[in-house]
Design a protein around this ligand. Structure first.
Ligand code: UDP
Ligand code: MG
Length: 315
């Protein structure tokens, strides 16, 4: 019998977890394949861990990995992928925003054999603040233009994948992880399933606007070298502009004998160029800092407690 592994990152989800468990279990029990649930407690500060202990005690299909601190959802997903044993693997949020009711349909699509993964995306951005939608759309437009990982607008991390794909993801051992980009980069045939956005059942989102913005910038830096070229383009542009300015000044001096006047213009030019230089150095700095974190080869996560001894505790 085939097994489906569900990876569930949890960070302060004590309110949503029991609902998630009962609802998902209902769907899984109605399916023809076997299942395992892998919960990752990402350093929660509430009662998440004790709920997970209880679930694991009464249901042998439940595995939990508890991180020694909050490592972020990306690290939690990586821990799940590294430890999932099923032929089919899916990541799901604990807040019911990824409806478990879609699972049978997704599995059926995979069983047909034509696709390697079934991914989900939201149909509309209804119920989201307009400014946030605008930034999101801009982000997708930019990243698709300048990187080779094609990322669908509104894509969720909720997707069901075959083993081969999961192995490719685990092989992508980079420290700065951006799953939406990784999924796109590894390729494989993906079927997109759109559904209407669902609100969180309980608790609140862990993503502030600034966290999302930082995540978006990280995504661009992780999957594109285009920003690095910005410095060269500015350099060429400024060289051209200054060349024109030199000719202008020389001609004016010869034709009209006009002495050089005004320090205001000089100051403007100096601050303008200074600004561009710092901006470009900042871009380079971003790449260097990523490289710095990458070469240190620190583990993605550290598990301090689990109910299964064969789990990879540090990776
Ligand atoms: N999450 C996590 N670690 C974090 C932040 C979030 O494991 O540092 C989990 C969280 O518990 C949830 C999922 O990632 O299961 C998505 O988080 P959230 O619902 O807050 O994000 P949103 O749906 O608002 O984008
Ligand atoms: Mg959510």
């Amino acid at each position: 019998m085939m097994t489906i592994s569900l990876i569930v990152p949890c960070y302060n989800e004590e309110e949503a977890l029991p609902i998630f468990y009962t609802e998902t279990k209902k769907v899984l029990e109605g399916m023809e394949c076997d299942h395992e649930l892998i919960f990752i407690n990402d350093g929660s500060k509430d009662g998440t861990l004790s709920i997970l202990r209880d679930l694991a005690a009464k249901d042998e299909k439940v595995t939990y990995l508890s991180f020694s601190r909050n490592f972020g959802k990306e690290a939690a997903m990586y821990a799940g992928f590294s430890n999932a044993r099923g032929e089919f693997v899916a990541v799901m949020d604990a807040d019911m925003q990824d409806p478990p009711a879609l699972l049978p349909e997704m599995l059926k699509k995979l069983m047909d054999g034509e696709y390697d993964s079934v991914a989900t995306c939201r149909k509309t951005r209804k119920g989201e603040p307009p400014i946030r939608s605008w930034f999101a759309r801009m982000f997708y437009r930019i990243i698709n233009k300048i990187s080779d990982a094609d990322i669908v607008d509104g894509a969720r991390d909720f997707r069901l994948m075959r083993r081969e794909m999961v192995e490719a993801i685990v092989e992508m051992g980079e420290y700065n992880r951006f799953s939406k980009g990784i999924f796109g980069w590894i390729g494989f045939k993906t079927y997109w399933l759109a559904y209407e956005n669902v609100n969180r059942v309980a608790g609140e989102t862990k993503w502030s606007f600034w966290k999302l913005l930082k995540y978006a910038i990280d995504g661009i830096i992780n999957f594109s070298q285009a920003p690095l070229a910005v410095a060269s383009w500015f350099g060429m542009l400024m060289t051209f502009v200054s060349f024109v300015a030199i000719i202008f000044i020389v001609v004016r001096r010869l034709a009209f004998g006009d002495p050089v006047t005004g320090w205001a213009s000089t100051v403007c030019i100096i601050t303008f160029i200074g600004g561009i230089q710092l901006f470009c150095m900042g871009i380079m700095g971003q790449y260097i800092s990523k490289t710095y974190l990458e070469v240190k080869k620190r583990p993605h996560y550290i598990v301090s407690e689990t109910n299964r001894e064969d789990m990879k505790r540090i990776k």
